[in-house]
Design a binder for this molecule. Structure first.
Ligand SMILES: [Zn+2]
Length: 155
């Protein structure tokens, strides 16, 4: 799953409490629930080198920049809500597992206590559909994003 849905789902999950610690935990739980759904992976946009290694394509850079911009844009429109800080904490919880697991600078944590379990759990729970099923992933992710936006702006 990508940044936007994780941040929005974490923020949505945070709205069921007024406690910042629980907001973070609910955001964290939302991350794993979303990772169990068939979804788009930015790594599908990576290019394969001749030696078999994968490299970020220009489209992946564009995708990440556009998605981060849109996510910041959505949160900008939520900034006047009285529970905005709670939403940010939930979003942070929703993004946290990927910020650790996918961070090239934190790979040294892979074998440390607790974090090693996070890596293991994240790998186990994650549904990785073959790239050819991208339309299914796109439908799921579009419905999810639409539902989350409706949750915040459609009521
Ligand atoms: Zn994840």
């Amino acid at each position: 799953m990508t940044i936007g849905p994780h941040a929005l789902a974490g923020a949505a999950a945070a709205t069921i409490t007024s406690n910042y610690y629980l907001a973070f935990i609910f955001g964290l739980i939302s991350h794993f629930i979303l990772d169990m759904l068939p979804h788009l992976e930015p790594k599908s946009l990576m290019t394969k080198e001749k030696d078999g290694t994968k490299k970020w394509s220009i489209w992946l850079y564009v995708f990440v920049i556009v998605e981060i911009s849109l996510t910041v844009f959505v949160f900008y429109f939520l900034r006047h809500r009285p529970d905005f800080n709670l939403l940010l904490v939930g979003a942070f919880g929703g993004l946290m597992p990927d910020m650790i697991v996918n961070n090239p600078f934190l790979q040294f944590l892979r074998n440390k206590p607790v974090i090693k379990h996070l890596f293991w759990f994240h790998d186990k729970i994650h549904i990785d559909l073959p790239d050819k099923y991208w339309p299914v992933s796109l439908i799921v992710e579009t419905l999810l994003i639409g539902g989350l936006l409706w949750n915040f702006f459609g009521k």
